[in-house]
Design a protein around this ligand. Sequence first.
Ligand SMILES: NC(=O)c1ccc[n+]([C@@H]2O[C@H](COP(=O)([O-])OP(=O)(O)OC[C@H]3O[C@@H](n4cnc5c(N)ncnc54)[C@H](OP(=O)(O)O)[C@@H]3O)[C@@H](O)[C@H]2O)c1
Length: 282
Amino acid sequence: MSQIPGITLNDGVRIPQLGFGLYKVDPLQTADAVRTALEIGYRHIDTAQMYRNERGVGQAVRDVGVDRADVFVTSKLNNGFHKPDDTRRAFDDTLAALGFDYVDLFLIHWPLPTLYGGDFVSTWQTLEEFKNDGRARSIGVSNFQIAHLERLARESDTIPAVNQIEAHPYFANSAVRAYNEENGITTEAWSPLARGSALDEPVVTRIARAAGRSPAQVVLRWHVQQGNVVFPKSVTPQRIKENFALFDFELSRADLDALSALDRGEAGRIGPNPDRFDLIRS
Ligand SMILES: NC(=O)c1ccc[n+]([C@@H]2O[C@H](COP(=O)([O-])OP(=O)(O)OC[C@H]3O[C@@H](n4cnc5c(N)ncnc54)[C@H](OP(=O)(O)O)[C@@H]3O)[C@@H](O)[C@H]2O)c1
């Protein structure tokens, strides 16, 4: 039995609220890191075509011998593949690399509003095919701004199950989070630890000391209590273990508010702005 609570997405699929992130995990280290995570108890893995490490995810699931149905696996469409035929081919490649006949969640990684003539709608309609044929249990988006979500609502039949966006104490991304919530879209917070930069923050270390917890646990718990799905990345076994222990303590309202007060708005962003991001890496 998983110790991790699930969240029900708008299509009825359950997602474990805590997962394991794989951005910048070397493809050669990936199977080892995912095996460690699965042995600790993680049952949700976040990869992407762009990370080039999908193969190691499938390998680790088979090595550890967990039932495929007990692991929630997300991947994401690479930026070069937004044209429908490319999207179909890329999705086939994802399933082949994972060695699975379905993914639990497939996302458009970036909206790329300045590329493809601004057309992310036909890309989204192609993901709807994968949902309809059962090869993606859920479909969603990543880095979509409110205007992009409004356009999908107007021009397609499916509300994304999730929107995976940058969110951490320095960048709460509040307006997009609020839109997600009002429209039944689950928020997944990427770079939940601000890539580690939030962990020396005096407010964080003070709360951690008082709670007898690590700074990373405090920041992740702040996400969890807001209802965010998180998947911190680490290749350090001790940290992978530490990041898993979030469900046996609670932060007070005052602690949550103190952490939320660290928000710097746009200045706190560490990743690119989705309205302008246009990088295609083959
Ligand atoms: N959709 C998107 O556009 C997008 C963008 C970025 C990320 N993501 C997803 O979100 C996941 C998480 O984001 P992220 O990898 O950018 O950043 P993150 O999880 O906020 O931070 C990862 C960094 O924090 C360190 N760390 C992890 N746990 C720690 C702990 N307990 N104590 C101290 N340091 C710790 C890691 O170091 P070590 O590894 O050296 O231990 C690594 O340097 C990614 O892996 C990816 O799956 C998605």
